[in-house]
Design a protein around this ligand. Structure first.
Ligand code: AHR
Length: 503
């Protein structure tokens, strides 16, 4: 007899509409994300600009709506002007964040070209580490003003007649982190972010701005940082950022998979803090959340400590992901969907080679890591309205968490397509879970498919040599029962996507 869990969903009990930008990602000038990742002139798959076509195809399949750029830690020492104009005149610079050499072969214009080819938008970050409002107003003018001014005419002279019209901008990156070039106290950052936001919106009032929240929920200053920063910036920004990475350093998979509960708490705390500031300001505006860095990150830490400094595009942060990582990524996606009413943007960090769902070999093939799949499924099938998940599940305790439900799940109703998709992880490492899914108010239903990702070895991963070791199949056991609900066996340690047609 397998363990049982139940989920009830009702079309009238909604969390909120999913903002498509919840399925964003991130490309930083770091390691082989840009050079050897999206860009590799001379590669057999490279196009006329040097962008790898095989990588573009994998990105397009993910339907990534927005990509954060150019950093990350990199942006806090970056002069964006180094990346514009004739490539042969661009300067090579030391990148202090990652101790590499930045050749500046790709900059703002080329990245925007890549975004067009990848059917995505840019979420651009300005440098508030070593720079400030002056630089930010210039890049705004260069990017978004049609012409007739110094910076906009310079863009036209660089071959870009039309403005890029970049709508989403980050005010710096992780400014609370001592590792950041030009890190700041909450008051220092709050002031410069406020003044920068003002001038950026004066240049283009249609943009949306993200203020930096804490670099992770373990920062000593969390959540006072959020409160102080928002008190300075409330009138001028639209989002506060969250960043969080997890790892299984102590080889405790049950505890590892429970960590999305920490993410739930993190999200709820930031929402409370943003609402506290709104109340204090007697404000009308809600500050929403941009979870613009999230993933598993720990496999590559040791290898990175051995990389010699000051080379171009070394293999940094090249985590090879395994099956359990994909399960936690699935749980993290579910966490964000459960608060889709407030988490409006998110970026899986990152997209190619650097802690990424897509890997490449220089001069060779590109392949999908395990984490590619839950991200793909959520992005493709998770658009619509999130329904309140009423879940009853057996639970377990771990070193860091109590009452962890074996079943982690959420449902999204796509009204246009008349479909409901349930995303579900069975965290149990030994046993399957019999799920009863009660769709009470939806009327007649048909099962479209039950996609399953499972593997006997939690540590199994995909590599250049064996790129398909871990991948989903479409033969899950879900079926419509005689009383109109759905029953499905969720295998041990599995990621499940149950797609239902409303008829
Ligand atoms: O994504 C890798 C790094 O993680 C980013 O550069 C930084 O913002 C974070 O610490």
């Amino acid at each position: 007899m397998s363990m049982k869990a139940k989920m009830i969903i009702d079309k009238d009990f909604t969390v909120g509409k999913v903002d498509d930008r919840l399925y964003g990602s991130f490309i930083e000038h770091l390691g082989r994300a840009v050079y050897g990742g999206i860009y590799e002139p001379g590669h057999p798959e490279a196009d006329e600009q040097g962008f790898r076509g095989d990588v573009l195809e994998l990105v397009k399949a993910l339907q990534v709506p927005i990509v954060r750029y150019p950093g990350g830690n990199f942006v806090s020492g970056y002069n964006w002007e180094d990346g514009i104009g004739p490539v042969e005149q661009r300067k090579k610079r030391l990148d202090l964040a990652w101790r590499t050499i930045e050749p500046n072969l790709i900059g703002l214009n080329e990245f925007m070209d890549w975004c067009r080819k990848a059917n995505t938008e840019a979420m651009m970050a300005v440098n508030l580490g070593t720079r400030g409002p002056d630089e930010a107003r210039d890049i705004m003018e260069y990017s978004n003003i049609k012409g007739g001014t110094y910076w906009s005419d310079l863009r036209i002279s660089h071959g870009y007649r039309e403005p890029h019209n970049i709508k989403t901008w980050c005010l710096g990156n992780e400014m609370d982190g001592p590792w950041q070039t030009g890190s700041k106290t909450a008051h220092e950052y709050g002031r410069v972010a406020c003044e920068t936001a003002k001038v950026m919106k004066w240049v283009d009032p249609s943009i949306e701005l993200v203020a930096c929240g804490s670099s992770s929920l373990t920062m000593a200053t969390f959540p006072d940082w959020e409160a102080t920063v928002l008190e300075h910036t409330y009138d001028h920004v639209d989002y506060i950022s969250l960043h969080q990475y997890y790892g299984n350093r102590d080889k405790n998979s049950a505890n590892f998979l429970a960590q999305s509960m920490g993410m739930d708490r993190f999200i709820n705390t930031v929402i409370s803090t943003a609402d506290y500031v709104q109340a204090k300001k007697r404000g009308k505006k809600k500050i929403n959340l941009s979870f613009d860095e999230w993933n598993v990150w720990y496999h590559s830490n040791e290898a990175d400590s051995r990389i010699e400094p000051w080379s171009i595009a070394p293999p940094q942060l090249e985590d090879i992901y395994n099956h359990e990582d994909a399960l936690l990524v699935g749980c993290m996606l579910i966490s964000m969907l459960k608060r889709a009413d407030r988490v409006k943007m998110a970026c899986l960090a990152q997209l190619v080679n650097v802690i990424a769902p897509i890997m490449t070999a220089n001069g060779g093939a590109a392949w999908k890591q395990t984490i590619y799949y839950p991200y793909l499924h959520a992005s493709v099938f998770g658009r619509g309205t999130v329904l309140v998940p009423l879940v009853t599940s057996p639970k377990y305790d771990t070193k860091d968490y109590t009452d962890v439900p074996y079943l982690e799940s959420v449902a999204v109703h796509n009204e246009e397509k008349s479909e409901v998709t349930v995303f579900a992880v069975n965290r149990h490492l030994e046993e399957s879970l019999l799920l009863e899914l009660d769709l009470r108010s939806f009327g007649a239903i048909q099962l479209i498919e039950h996609i399953v990702m499972a593997h006997d070895d939690l540590k199994a991963s995909n590599t250049l040599e064996v790129p398909d070791r871990v991948k989903p199949h479409h033969g899950g056991s879900a079926k419509v029962t005689s009383n109109g609900s759905i029953e499905a066996q969720l295998g041990k340690a599995s990621w499940n996507v149950i797609r239902v047609k409303l008829v």
